[in-house]
Design a protein around this ligand. Sequence first.
Ligand code: CMC
Length: 431
Amino acid sequence: MTESQKTATLTVHGESYDLPVFSPTAGPDVIDIRKLYGQAGVFTYDPGFTSTASCDSTITFIDGDKGELLHRGYPIEQIASKSHFLELSYLLLYGELPSARDLENFETTITRHTMLHEQMQYFYRGFRRDAHPMAIMVGVVGAMSAFYHDSTDVADPRQREIASHRLIAKMPTIAAWAYKYHIGQPFVYPRNDLDYASNFLRMCFAVPAEDYEVNPILARAMDRIFMLQADHEQNASTSTVRLASSSGANPFACIAAGIACLWGPAHGGANQACLEMLEEIGSVDRIPEFIERAKDKDDPFRLMGFGHRVYKNFDPRATVMKQSADEVLDLLGIEDNPKLQVAKALEKQALEDPYFIEKKLFPNVDFYSGIVMEAMGFPTSMFTPIFALSRTVGWVSQWKEMIADPQNKIGRPRQLYLGATSRDYVDIENR
Ligand code: CMC
């Protein structure tokens, strides 16, 4: 970061302090408050980080008002139509689009790391069969640190690179095996002659008794889902990965922390929650009742798959995902699926409702991704694991960027303490 030429003046208790202001390449200026506590003895207060930049980054940029998402400067719409997931992964990890040769080398490396250590399948068998696949993923990804000791030294750039490759390569196998275990079918091993998305579909849907012929349209739709969920700057799970790794923890443990955070219904769990909501609504005539509930402040119900912290116009990922949904449903000939009918009518009615218009609440990527994945044959419990597999490259790229940054230091937020002040311990018989 270059020296700041601009300043902002803050007056605290009658004293003024000049704070440096940094201008990004895109987005709003940022006031540097790093020295504020030392100078003025005050903290800033921003639960939920609504006005706080937690780091500097060159990976992803979002303009929520314009509905713009750029990876290393390239718009997501162009990436989704012209590129594919492994090329995007290279771009996120290394900063530039690969040459044909670099891409081939990268694809070969990722393909050759897709198998899991054979001992890991016994680790799966320790879980109950009815465990949620996300519960298995948190455990198995964390356990990678016990299987791949030779890539846990975060101070070694080569080990960091190997860990990045292993995580991107093995995540489809880990997610597919979580699914296979959950439904009681044998694990299907990866195949090196298939592309990333086709390999994942086959590992999920093939059985030893009958192989699975991958439909290229479904493989393309799967690849698009991976691309659209690949990175989203400093969202909750990515910030979790950064905070966990700021202590120097190994990458597998940190990505497991990201998976745990992603699981929540306000974040990656929204796609599962959205499909469950469509099921609960059940029929088009019940939509107004649910829209009224979403608007009622005394009812905790929210329309899942609607709204976003950053996008206040439209979610560009949702636009691409909607096209994909149309393609897949057309291919599979299931336009009259009841959940889909409810989804289409709900989208229309919510977008015409003044509450949703005023609050700028639009369908987000999870609204459509759930519909596509349901049509592909995935159960709702697999939606969030697929999000985790897609987001792994984003987490890994942000982690790699952070570890290589000389300014990197342990993340340690402060607080506005509102508890009791110092008081004497009371013995139990006197309470
Ligand atoms: N249904 C009904 N009302 C809503 C919704 C919704 N889905 N989302 C926001 N609101 C209202 C909210 O009640 C609030 O109203 P008021 O100003 O009167 O109090 C206003 O809109 C602003 O909401 P907020 O909770 O302050 O906004 P936020 O930025 O903290 O939350 C969100 C963003 C995504 C958590 C939220 O919109 C939500 O819970 N949506 C449903 C869950 C969902 O689809 N999540 C996936 C997000 S995209 C994938 C990802 O990035 O993980």
